[in-house]
Ligand binder design. Structure first.
Ligand code: AMP
Length: 303
């Protein structure tokens, strides 16, 4: 069977929208039977070029591309922005189609968490307890929400490759751990952070920024660049100090600005022989923004 025949020819813009697991499985069953590879791009929608870079990579590497579009309530804490999280499904479908998605899986909340739902997937320890997972910040419950929904998506879609962004470096570390620990038979691909021309990491939450906050938010990528450039010569502590000073100038008090081992997220004080993640989170205007840079052992900036 020709691959083109597997994709619903009546679908708008060449993308087929699916709302429930049964029709998702039914749609993917012939694809799998033909031995085609499936790429999954999990998103919460309100697509930007960061999401599109994942879709394009999936399009280039896999026979069939599935994008999930689900604003997952369980990864939002009380008082976070679940209710006002930006949404525009029509636009997302168009952009996903243009970037080469074959299927968009956009289930309602009840499909993912039916009445009686009570099972969770949790990566324990430092990976989920530091940075965003610190109890004074989003807390490890945020990552429990992420790993639970991603595990469900893996089970529903059965991808050969799943695509994630380096922008959410801790999420990547946590998901990699889950995939290894629970023997998910798939490969994780991580794509570099896509930025605006002035360095701001693209994020659906950038929509919350007014003009003044948008300008101030450029400080986050700027201080990461300063830190990455300072660390090799002057050490990590001096690099973090320089970054903090620059944040102060921009009037930004970070939630955290830390250097950690890029893989296990253990605290590091000196550059050694492993990549180091320098990560920042801050509230700017009405948005909580995160960004990071990885410094390689040979002191070359990676992203
Ligand atoms: P989200 O819709 O924010 O949950 O993001 C969905 C996926 O897109 C995640 O794997 C993110 O890490 C990734 N992503 C978000 N922003 C960017 C960006 N600026 N560059 C690359 N990937 C991104």
């Amino acid at each position: 069977m020709n691959l083109l025949e597997l994709v619903d020819p009546n679908a708008t813009d060449g993308v087929t929208l699916l709302r429930d697991r049964r029709s998702l499985r039914a749609a993917l069953e012939p694809v799998r039977r033909e031995g085609c590879s499936i790429g999954l791009v999990p998103t919460m929608g309100y697509l930007h070029d960061g999401h599109l870079s994942l879709l394009r990579a999936a399009r280039a590497q896999c026979d069939v591309v599935v994008m999930s579009l689900f604003v997952n309530p369980t990864q939002f804490g009380p008082g976070e922005d679940l209710d006002r999280y930006p949404r525009d499904e029509e636009r997302d479908l168009r952009l996903a189609a243009e970037a080469g998605a074959d299927f968009v899986y956009a289930p309602p909340v009840e499909e993912v968490y039916p009445h009686g739902f009570s099972t969770h997937v949790e990566v324990e320890g430092e990976l989920t307890g530091v940075l965003d997972g610190d109890p004074s910040r989003r807390g490890s419950g945020h990552f429990r929400g992420v790993t639970t929904v991603v595990a469900k998506l893996f089970n529903s879609v059965g991808p050969d490759v799943a695509y994630f962004g380096q922008k959410d470096a801790q999420q990547v570390a946590v998901i990699r751990r889950m995939v290894r620990d629970l023997d998910f038979p798939l490969r994780i691909e991580v794509l570099p952070t896509v930025r605006e021309a002035d360095g701001l990491a693209m994020s659906s939450r950038n929509a919350y920024l007014d003009i003044e906050a948008r300008e101030r938010a450029t400080a986050l990528s700027r201080v990461l660049r300063i830190a990455a450039e300072t660390a090799p010569g002057e050490g990590l502590a001096a690099a973090l100090d320089a970054a903090r000073a620059e944040l102060r100038v921009a009037g930004i008090e970070p939630e955290y600005l830390e250097a950690r081992d890029a893989e296990d997220l253990s605290k590091v004080t000196e550059l050694g022989d492993r990549p180091v993640l320098i990560a920042v989170a801050a509230h700017v205007g009405g948005a909580r923004l995160i960004d990071n840079v990885v410094v390689k052992p040979n002191f070359e900036r990676m992203t």
